[in-house]
Design a protein around this ligand. Structure first.
Ligand SMILES: Nc1ncnc2c1ncn2[C@@H]1O[C@H](COP(=O)(O)OP(=O)(O)O[C@H]2O[C@H](CO)[C@@H](O)[C@H](O)[C@H]2O)[C@@H](O)[C@H]1O
Ligand SMILES: OC[C@H]1O[C@H](O[C@H]2[C@H](O)[C@@H](O)[C@@H](O[C@H]3[C@H](O)[C@@H](O)[C@@H](O)O[C@@H]3CO)O[C@@H]2CO)[C@H](O)[C@@H](O)[C@@H]1O
Length: 556
């Protein structure tokens, strides 16, 4: 029996797609994280994972992340464990808070906190973008070991429905390459010793561009038996293209996670298809992924932060009935804020994102001269590569009456753009899911997107936005065909602006429910997330909703 209680439902291993979809703690500054959870219904114990949506179904849910910062409200549990760190032993400590129905656990060690003291956003993985900390493998090995210990050693009594440690009847959802050792250590450190015998691991790919490739000799740092070597073993297919961090044979953390986990997930169905389509979109792990099934589940978004009725950054609040009168007022405030001519009639296009090849800001910069002759303004907000930040400065110099580039991470301005702009442009070369288009639509800000990844799944041509077609994924060049696709689609969108068809699109965008809450089994086709063991079928919806759910559903 999983945890004991009903005597007849041993080994029930399922989570709904909704719960699995909650597997990224992205609201917490993009830290890698591992989720685990267990749940007791009125008739059985079983285990599911997921964050807020998991809680909404009455599950006991924990997130485990590095303690990169002195997170508000997260207190020292005084629980300390010893873990292996290369050839040393290190002590790590757990901090904890209970928020929105979820036990948030932070793994404390100087390797996390000292490196990113007080400023977590830009120094999580290395001193500067593109450069890794030398000890990243040790750091994330610690995280993985701590995540496996947390459910066993933390005596958490956060609410009246659950008490004590989570125990061993758990499912771990591991996100990004940093958590790839979870399935490996689960086998070598626990299951081989009769612990966590029924625990499972689902591994979620948020971006296959980052795989955790390291020198082959670094395998020795991981404290894994030699039989795992083949799962990590990796040789670049495109000789001389990827020489980082060394030429030739490497270990590849993500490859191992794909091979060692029970289930592979990603953040949208279309991205799941792209991942197995070939080496360019599967970034040379397509062959490994084709050996398994990758299940894509579209991300939900934080509907508390992105709500036009309660947005703390905008002076005018609105909903679908007032959008047409509110948006022009916010647009004027936005134009004034960035120093563009104030005119509510001019259509405004926004871009918000990392300035890297993935997001296509360089393609956009090349396309702007081709459509800026229209009656339009464009505001580009982003940080990243210096050369791309300079493109923003140049934009402003070239088109002072029409374009603004803001090379800052500015949450307030991001909200003002989403609320005040008429369109959000997302010209990504590749985009596993994309959050910005999700955040924009509830504000009636119509997306103009490249046809890739989650942008295909979430934006319907002519209904909730405009599709530009798929772009060339080659990052070294700006393909003139993509420049032209942007210019043509923007011109097409501008022709619809101000017409009844555009008002209809705004309403279609705003009518959608884009939170995690509604990602029910039924909505995604009645499929549940099964581990293929006895009793793994989905439960009857509604039957097992615990009272906890009603109290702790995070979304309004
Ligand atoms: N300069 C700035 N100022 C203020 N806010 C800014 C900003 N730049 C970016 N943001 C905000 O940061 C968030 C980034 O979300 P993305 O979907 O673009 O994630 P990212 O590509 O980093 O991660 C990966 O993981 C996520 C989650 O799975 C996938 O959606 C995505 O496709 C994949 O690449 C958005 O909410 C955006 O508004
Ligand atoms: O939000 C953007 C992405 O954030 C994460 O990606 C980070 C990645 O996991 C880190 O390893 C690191 O990547 C660097 C890489 O290790 C290094 O060899 C070099 O190629 O530069 C890379 C960029 O600095 O930083 C990435 C963030 O920039 C997350 O894993 C992804 O899912 C997100 O899309």
């Amino acid at each position: 029996m999983v945890g004991g209680g009903d005597g007849g439902h041993r080994g029930r291993w399922w989570v709904t797609e909704m719960e699995v979809a909650e597997c990224g703690l992205w609201s917490l500054k993009k830290s890698p994280d591992v989720f685990c959870g267990s749940r007791r219904s009125h008739r059985m114990w079983y285990v599911v994972v997921g964050e807020v949506a998991g809680v909404a179904n009455g599950h006991r849910v924990m997130t485990v992340s590095p303690r990169y910062d002195q997170y508000k409200d997260a207190w020292d549990t005084e629980v300390e464990i010893e873990v292996k760190a290369g050839d040393k032993t290190e002590k790590v400590r757990f901090f904890h808070c209970y928020k929105r129905g979820v036990d948030r656990v932070f793994v404390d060690h100087p390797m996390f906190l000292e490196k990113v003291w007080g400023k977590t956003t830009s120094k999580i993985y290395g001193p500067i973008a593109g450069i890794d900390y030398q000890d990243n493998q040790i750091r994330f090995s610690l995280l993985c070991q701590a995540a496996l210990e947390a459910p066993r050693v933390l005596d958490l009594n956060s609410n009246e429905y659950f008490s004590g440690p989570y125990g061993e009847e758990v499912v771990f959802i591991a996100n990004d390459w940093h958590t790839a050792l979870v399935p490996c250590y689960l086998k070598t450190m626990y299951q081989s010793m009769g612990m966590y015998t029924s625990a499972k691991v689902a591994y979620c790919i948020h971006n296959i561009a980052y795989q955790g490739r390291f020198a082959f000799s670094d395998f020795a740092l991981l404290n894994l038996p030699d039989e795992f070597k083949s799962s990590f073993d990796f040789i670049d297919g495109w000789v001389n293209k990827y020489e980082k961090p060394v030429k030739g044979r490497k270990i590849n953390w993500m490859k191992a996670a794909i091979l060692e986990s029970h289930k592979i997930l990603t953040v949208s169905p279309y991205y799941a298809q792209e991942l197995v389509s070939g080496p360019d979109k599967g970034v040379e792990l397509d062959n490994i992924l084709r050996k398994t099934t990758v299940q894509g589940i579209v991300n939900g978004m934080d509907v508390q932060e992105w709500n036009p009725m309660t947005d703390k950054y905008t002076t005018v609040k609105f909903d679908a009935t007032t959008v047409m009168s509110a948006k022009p007022l916010i647009k004027e405030a936005l134009q004034a804020e960035v120093g563009l001519p104030v005119d509510k009639k001019i259509p405004v296009i926004g871009f918000i994102g990392r300035l890297e090849e993935q997001k296509g800001s360089d393609i956009l910069a090349a396309a702007i001269p081709e459509f800026i002759g229209n009656d339009v303004q464009i505001i580009v907000l982003g940080t990243g590569k210096k050369a791309m930040e300079k493109q923003l400065d140049d934009l402003e110099i070239e088109y002072p009456q029409k374009a603004r580039g803001v090379a800052k991470f500015n949450v307030k301005l991001a909200h003002m753009i989403i609320a005040g702009a008429d369109f959000i442009i997302v010209p990504s070369r590749f985009e596993p899911c994309g959050l910005i288009q999700l955040q924009a639509m509830p504000y009636g800000c119509v997306p103009i997107v490249a046809s890739t990844g989650g942008l295909v799944d979430t934006v319907k041509e002519g209904y909730t936005g405009f599709q530009m077609g798929a772009f060339n994924v080659e990052c070294e060049t700006v393909d003139p065909a993509d420049v032209s696709a942007i210019a043509k689609t923007v011109t097409r969108a501008l022709a619809v602006y101000g017409t009844p068809a555009f008002s209809e699109m705004i309403q279609n965008c705003m009518a959608q429910e884009l939170s995690w809450k509604v990602k029910t089994c039924q909505e995604v086709g009645g499929r549940s997330f099964e581990f293929g063991v006895e009793g793994s079928e989905a439960g009857i919806d509604g039957e097992e909703i615990a009272p906890l759910a009603k109290e702790n559903v995070a979304t309004p």
